[in-house]
Ligand binder design. Structure first.
Ligand SMILES: [Cu+2]
Length: 321
């Protein structure tokens, strides 16, 4: 399939799995250059319990959906197959699209139940106009439903129809592991502690977080013992780069950002929390853990005990107000 697609001038889709399922060498799954058209088929499916997800093949939908990745200058054609009995769509942030790829009922751009529809997302590099530089598409973006429940996709987003969209710039460093963390309503990835899966890395690995906000309330994302800087990549361009270093950032509905850290760098392996820093949200279950193993993959001292404490977490229904 890859050879045939290449012959037609179309590159293989660039996609990696969602939270907790990271490749040890994702470099091999990503493109080396920009400017090509990539195609991917996405399946929207009901997961039971009122939850819905996107997946890359029938029966594999997850919450959040798969990370979609392209390079600046690429075009991404998404064939969305709606395997549910509800109307739904896929709507991106950060990229260019025509009205018929908007994903909104306003523009009559959505999938009726059981139908297939193609959405085209375009990206571009920075360009100069009238002496000023206009930004390119590179960034940590996201996509979500915009048609289930109401004309804004409120029902689809609440039910789990969302995921990360990364537009990379040529030369960007690629991570060894990758996690999508979505603060949706009062959940992380539609789960609350202690049912949020433990994410893992080994000490020293380059790890990428993509953080997305959804729902009806404000949130703040905080990661323990690791810092990044408040720009597109989360990394300084050099010793004189004055971009502020942070370990906490607003993550309100529709927001997204991403960054890379070296797991356990300067602090060592162990079980590190990440959570919403609105107190009644974290106490209410918007708190999860990142296990940084020893460099050889073995468990650090005390880590199992910390995981056990997390599993014993009881979130208080009286925490708010
Ligand atoms: Cu919150």
């Amino acid at each position: 399939m890859l050879a045939g697609a290449a012959a037609a001038g179309v590159a293989a889709p660039v996609v990696v799995a969602g939270l907790g399922t990271a490749s040890a060498s994702p470099e091999t799954s990503r493109p080396a250059r920009a400017g090509v058209t990539r195609r991917v088929t996405v399946y929207a499916e009901e997961l039971g319990g009122g939850q819905f997800g996107y997946g890359l093949s029938p029966g594999t939908a997850t919450i959040p959906g798969p990370v979609l990745e392209v390079y600046e200058g690429d075009t991404l054609e998404i064939d969305l197959v709606n395997n549910t009995d509800r109307r739904l769509s896929i709507h991106p942030h950060g990229v260019d699209y025509d009205v018929d790829s908007d994903g909104s009922p306003l523009n009559d751009s959505f999938n009726e139940p059981g139908t297939r529809r193609t959405y085209v997302w375009k990206t571009r590099a920075p360009f100069q106009k009238d002496g000023r530089w206009m930004p390119g598409s590179a960034g940590y973006w996201h996509y979500h439903d915009h048609a289930m429940g109401d004309d804004h996709g409120s029902g689809g987003i609440l039910a789990g129809l969302y995921g990360a969209l990364i537009v990379r710039r040529e030369g960007d460093l690629l991570p060894q592991r990758q996690y999508t963390v979505v603060f949706n309503d009062m959940t992380i990835n539609n789960r609350v502690a202690p049912d949020i899966p433990v994410i893992e890395a080994n000490q020293g690995e380059r790890v990428e977080f993509i953080a997305i906000g959804h729902g009806n309330t404000f949130h703040t994302f905080h990661l323990h013992a690791h810092r990044w800087v408040d720009n597109r990549t989360g990394m300084l361009s050099g010793p004189d780069d004055l971009t502020p270093s942070i370990d906490n950032r607003d993550l309100n509905p529709g927001d997204s950002f991403g960054f890379q850290v070296i797991a356990g760098e300067g602090v060592g392996p162990g079980v590190w929390m990440y959570h919403c820093h609105v107190q009644f949200h974290s106490v209410g279950g918007m708190a999860a853990v990142w296990l940084v193993r020893n460099p050889d993959g073995s468990m650090p001292d005390g880590a199992q005990e910390a995981l056990d404490r997390y599993q014993a977490h009881e979130h208080s229904s009286h925490a708010g107000h």
